[in-house]
Design a protein around this ligand. Structure first.
Ligand SMILES: *Cc1c(COP(=O)(O)O)cnc(C)c1O
Length: 813
């Protein structure tokens, strides 16, 4: 289904439009960076606290975009494209979505709740797809922007929609309700997420259930409070309450299955749920109830539920063989999610060369020729160098693309294709679950041991936006990515920051900057400790030195003169009390004499570093530093014809001394999810999770010991698990001998005995676990902050101590 501008123009209350020419909308976009923007695009210029898409309109026009919904027309562009001015572009996007949604009269299922929305959506899709042509939200597209974008995936061949809705504060759900208009509602779980957005539990529930205001039925776990607030008919389920519509009576747990007798309408049947953890079993119950409501036979429900599978919902970036990087999206293949994956590929690509391995696409609702015509266009717009198709149909439809290689099955590809021919490229692996593309990923992935540091790119974006929300829109942001992004990762994080259009990156040494340039990072980079010997390399790689002494300045000038360089950007560091690096007041006159009318260099910024921005007891010291800085700035720049950027605030500076943000700030540890006070940390999301597995389990008798020097002696029969991570990986020995713990299956397992170089042992006497089970060393719990406190250090040291042999995996939801 396409629609034209004429169709929506009255709905979105356009105040003003440049000469009107109707056009047929093929693509709705809000992201200026997507390569999918073209003539068929209607672009909504959204404006938020931290971004304003209006500033990218000019660039979009050169890419061929011609129609814009805007809040104001950028100067000079009035005649260059068609503009439709509205009060609020987000509202206009939502109203367009409502218009579009109303073109369809098939039923929608709407899912909300604190956890489990995406899982329940994906499982319902799996359970129902034999009988329906389903359209659903891609990934976790459930926000004020995500929901409208999702419904544009509907077309006339679909006959069921499954959409999720997520909110974080009041006055949001009603808007999503109008777009989804669910006939069947599912409330998955009420938890603690977003509690800060609501004044009370009741307020939160009342907001969430607005999704169901016009639903025919709401499916939920029996809950008197929620039921008393709902005005809709309900279908409830419970493990304990026989009065629920569906009473699930637990019979047993065996081999990873939970077996229940389901009592429904005086009928009883047995069901095997292939999970034992509570969250998965509850999510399965939401699905069972939905199928019951849709009148499925118990026998069919039981058959299909038994085949449910754990879901990998994340897009993961992994290091591949032969210096490739892999984007692993090996569990889904719909047109909508292909669009998202291609955008992510563009954002994260480390190499110019881009390859896509793609399976047949199912369930698009479109005739195959139409579907693959769209896929062809998408691949061409994204400038993919090589496409490998796997499946019975896709190969014959993508003929128009240059450089396509086709295979009928994953096995055939693995047997016939020379995998070593992958080299220095970024490879997106995207396929429907039935193609088992994880087998391809396993082979293309660089081999590693089981310990990984998982880095959540969404959490980084969230934390960045938190600090940006404290700043004026014009304040620039430099993000410190020194020491391999505080141990979390180098170019992958830098790519994300570039995508978010931060203004500067900061590194400690020239080498670190060179690595980023080699990976294709183009935004300005400041080097904090430029050694005189590295100035030539820095110039070659367009890196900007911090200059902190007369000697350094002269050394740099000598090279600049010899190479006849002009206006090279440099940054002057002033020492105001940290006494680490920087010019001191007695050097200001010499400094002024050198920089005055000096055309070899251009002083881009002048800055200082606070010694105690995290400690409000030292506020006077900090304010004195700030005042010394202001004096120094006036003096030193008095000889210049321009005003360099000023910056002094690091993470805790942004938090505690916001009003001194000047023209730029330097964000560090906060980006990685750690604040310098618990109040600050609470506002951030955890970024890194250090994970390993259980290698072996021993049962030892009372009196026996564990590890070197027999530091642990069992006082009872003890079950001991060995984890393959030790002090060579950065786990400090201080954390051993019952001081620290790890999490196994959501339970605390205390570290016993001395930590070894490559291993440590934990007490799992009370924990049900087996070799191969996942172990969390740090993450949400225990947090890096907790580990740092217990081992008498700071989170910075814990992060950068994680050794490089621990593989980093980056993911995005
Ligand atoms: C590391 C560093 C920062 C960032 O500090 P955080 O406390 O991590 O925010 C800022 N400025 C300079 C000069 C730094 O060396």
């Amino acid at each position: 289904m396409t629609f034209t501008l004429q169709n929506i123009i009255s709905n979105i209350e356009v105040k003003f439009n440049t000469p009107f020419e109707d056009f047929s909308v093929e693509n709705i976009s809000i992201d200026s960076r997507s390569l999918q923007n073209n003539q068929g695009t209607l672009f909504f210029a959204l404006q938020g606290n931290n971004h304003d898409a209006h500033q990218y309109i000019e660039g979009l026009i050169t890419k061929g975009v011609n129609n814009f919904i805007v809040e104001r027309i950028p100067e000079n562009l009035k005649d260059k494209a068609h503009f439709f001015v509205v009060d609020d572009s987000l509202k206009a996007l939502q109203k367009t979505a409502i218009y579009y949604r109303n073109q369809f009269d098939f039923p929608f299922i709407g899912i909300t709740g604190s956890n489990g929305k995406t899982i329940v959506k994906e499982w319902l899709n799996f359970l129902l797809s034999q009988d329906y042509t389903i359209v659903r939200s891609p990934k976790s597209y459930n926000s004020q922007v995500g929901v409208p974008l999702s419904v544009f995936g509907c077309n006339e061949n679909h006959n069921l929609g499954i959409f999720e809705a997520g909110i974080s504060t009041t006055n949001e759900m009603q808007k999503l309700q109008r777009i989804i208009q669910p006939k069947i509602g599912i409330f998955t779980h009420l938890g603690k997420a977003h509690d800060e957005g609501f004044s009370s539990e009741i307020e939160k529930i009342e907001e969430k259930i607005k999704l169901f205001s016009a639903s025919e039925i709401v499916i939920l776990q029996k809950n008197d409070l929620i039921e008393s607030l709902l005005k809709t008919k309900t279908l409830t389920w419970s493990f304990t309450d026989k009065n629920a519509t569906v009473f699930a009576e637990k019979i047993s747990t065996e081999n990873g299955f939970s077996i229940f007798d389901i009592h429904y309408n005086s009928d009883t049947f047995t069901i095997k749920i292939p999970f034992i953890d509570e969250a998965s079993v509850s999510n399965s119950m939401s699905c069972i109830c939905t199928l019951l409501y849709l009148d499925y036979e118990p026998k069919i429900i039981a058959e299909r539920i038994e085949n449910l599978y754990p879901l990998e919902l994340r897009l993961q970036v992994k290091k591949g063989i032969n210096n490739c990087s892999l984007i692993d999206d090996s569990y889904s293949s719909e047109y909508q999610s292909l669009k998202l994956a291609l955008d992510f590929l563009e954002q994260q690509k480390l190499h110019q060369k881009k390859t896509v391995i793609l399976s047949d696409i199912f369930q698009s609702g479109l005739p195959l020729n139409e579907l693959y015509e769209k896929v062809t266009k998408l691949i061409q717009n994204n400038k993919i160098d090589r496409v490998i198709t796997i499946g019975d149909t896709i190969g014959s439809y993508l003929k128009d693309i240059q450089n396509v290689i086709s295979f009928t099955s994953t096995q055939e590809f693995l047997q016939q294709f020379n995998l070593n021919s992958f080299e220095n490229e970024t490879i997106l692996v995207k396929g429907a679950r039935s193609f088992n593309f994880e087998e391809i990923v396993v082979i293309l992935e660089e081999k590693n041991h089981e310990t990984v540091l998982e880095v959540n790119l969404d959490a980084i974006s969230y934390n960045l936006n938190f600090y940006k929300s404290k700043l004026q829109p014009a304040t620039k942001v430099m993000v410190m990515v020194k020491a391999f992004g505080y141990g979390n990762g180098g170019y992958e994080i830098a790519k994300l920051l570039e995508h978010h259009k931060v203004d500067y990156l900061g590194v400690a040494f020239a080498d670190e900057g060179i690595e980023l340039r080699k990976a294709g990072i183009t935004i300005p980079i400041m080097v904090l400790n430029p050694e005189n010997s590295s100035f030539n390399a820095m110039i070659a790689y367009d890196l900007e030195p911090e200059i902190y002494s007369i000697t350094g300045l002269n050394a740099f000038l000598k090279i600049a003169q010899r190479r006849n360089i002009s206006s090279y950007p440099i940054h002057l560091k002033i020492d105001t009390g940290m006494h680490r690096l920087g010019f001191e007041p007695n050097e200001f006159e010499r400094l002024k004499a050198i920089i005055k009318n000096n055309n070899f260099i251009h002083i881009r910024s002048v800055f200082t570093h606070l010694a105690a921005s995290d400690d409000l007891d030292l506020k006077n010291f900090t304010l004195n530093q700030i005042s010394l800085f202001s004096d120094a700035y006036e003096k030193v720049t008095s000889v210049l014809n321009h005003k360099p950027i000023r910056h002094i605030l690091n993470t805790s500076g942004i938090f505690n001394y916001t009003s001194y943000q000047m023209e730029m700030v330097r964000l560090g540890i906060g980006l990685y999810g750690v604040g310098n006070s618990s109040e600050e940390s609470k506002k951030l999301l955890n970024v890194s999770t250090l994970k390993s597995i259980v290698s072996q389990i021993h049962i030892i008798k009372k009196g026996e010991s564990v590890g070197y020097s027999r530091k642990f002696i069992a006082s009872r029969q003890t079950k001991v698990a060995t984890i393959p991570i030790g002090y060579a990986d950065g786990i400090r020995r201080l954390w051993g001998n019952e001081k620290g713990y790890v999490m196994i299956n959501n339970e605390k397992a205390v570290i016993i005995g001395n930590i070894c170089m490559d291993m440590l042992m934990v007490d799992v006497t009370e924990i049900s676990c087996s070799p191969g089970d996942k172990v969390i060393i740090f993450g949400d719990k225990p947090s890096v902050i907790e580990i740092a406190e217990m081992s008498f250090t700071i989170p910075y040291e814990v992060f950068v101590g994680i050794s490089q042999r621990v593989k980093r995996v980056f993911y995005k939801n």
